[in-house]
Design a binder for this molecule. Structure first.
Ligand SMILES: Nc1ncnc2c1ncn2[C@@H]1O[C@H](COP(=O)(O)OP(=O)(O)OP(=O)(O)O)[C@@H](O)[C@H]1O
Ligand SMILES: O=P(O)(O)OC[C@H]1O[C@H](OP(=O)(O)OP(=O)(O)O)[C@H](O)[C@@H]1O
Length: 216
């Protein structure tokens, strides 16, 4: 394998297992340490690679600053963070979508500047600006579905996957905003200085994705 000192930023949490599986299928023999340890930096010297394990929302930050050459980040995070990085491949893993939801009793025309709770203030503000609707955004860090139930917000903008969280909390989806999958991202300088290694990685991943799609 020709990768020389490539640092890969991986998102911990939901995306992690699927991303590791994809990399293994692409021929990178990642040690069991990936699943078993709490280490945040994992060296894979035989592949000339180093992996850093970060919070999903922080992956583009590491890549933008160049301390990681490449990384894996959700499209939601890419839209929210607006970092100066390249998004080179849709990995088509961790699929979900972003939606607007509310209590079923909520009348969308009842407020002048409705309150929208979200973990994604930038994405939310951009979306409503494009819709031409004036809103007040309330930034939360999780349990977003709580906000309309407890009276903190009129609507929420959040990720939906199975729809179970909305359903169990008595909320309904008002609008589907955008589909979300994880992306392979690259630092622009690394893309020039380590182009052979990065291109090889992108090609291998693209082959696995194409093969998976062929089977579906
Ligand atoms: N049902 C889902 N809910 C949230 N994120 C999802 C879902 N399905 C896929 N994803 C993807 O996973 C990423 C979030 O992963 P995860 O929930 O592990 O991290 P997090 O938001 O930092 O969570 P926490 O704050 O609970 O640690 C998102 O950026 C999104 O692209
Ligand atoms: O449609 P579903 O399959 O129910 O998934 C969607 C839920 O999962 C995420 O929350 P998460 O579990 O990450 O908790 P959080 O509220 O702390 O972000 C997301 O924010 C939704 O609440």
């Amino acid at each position: 394998m020709s990768n020389e000192n490539l640092t890969v930023a991986m998102p911990k949490g939901r995306i992690f297992d699927e991303a590791v599986e994809l990399l293994r299928k692409a021929g990178y023999s990642l040690p069991p340490e990936f699943e078993e340890s709490r280490k945040l930096i994992i060296e894979v010297p035989e592949a000339g690679m180093r992996f850093i394990l970060a919070k999903p929302m922080d992956v583009p930050t590491y890549v933008e600053h160049g301390v990681a050459d490449v990384g894996v980040a959700g499209k939601d995070v890419m839209i929210e963070e607006k970092r100066d990085i390249y998004e080179v491949l849709d990995l088509k893993i961790s699929a979900c979508y972003m939606a607007v939801a509310s209590l079923p009793s909520y009348n969308p025309n009842s407020e002048v500047a409705p309150k929208i709770a979200s973990k994604y203030p930038n994405l939310t503000s951009e979306y409503f600006r494009e819709q031409g609707e004036q809103v007040e955004i309330i930034k939360l860090n999780g349990s977003i579905e709580l906000a309309p139930i407890i009276g903190l917000a009129d609507r929420i903008v959040d990720i939906v996957s199975t729809g179970q969280t909305l359903k169990e909390n008595g909320l309904v989806e008002l609008e589907t905003m955008m589909p979300i999958t994880s992306r392979f991202i690259v630092n622009p300088v690394s893309y020039r200085t380590k182009s052979a290694e990065i291109d090889e990685m992108v090609d291998r991943l693209a082959d696995v994705i194409a093969a998976k799609e062929g089977r579906e």
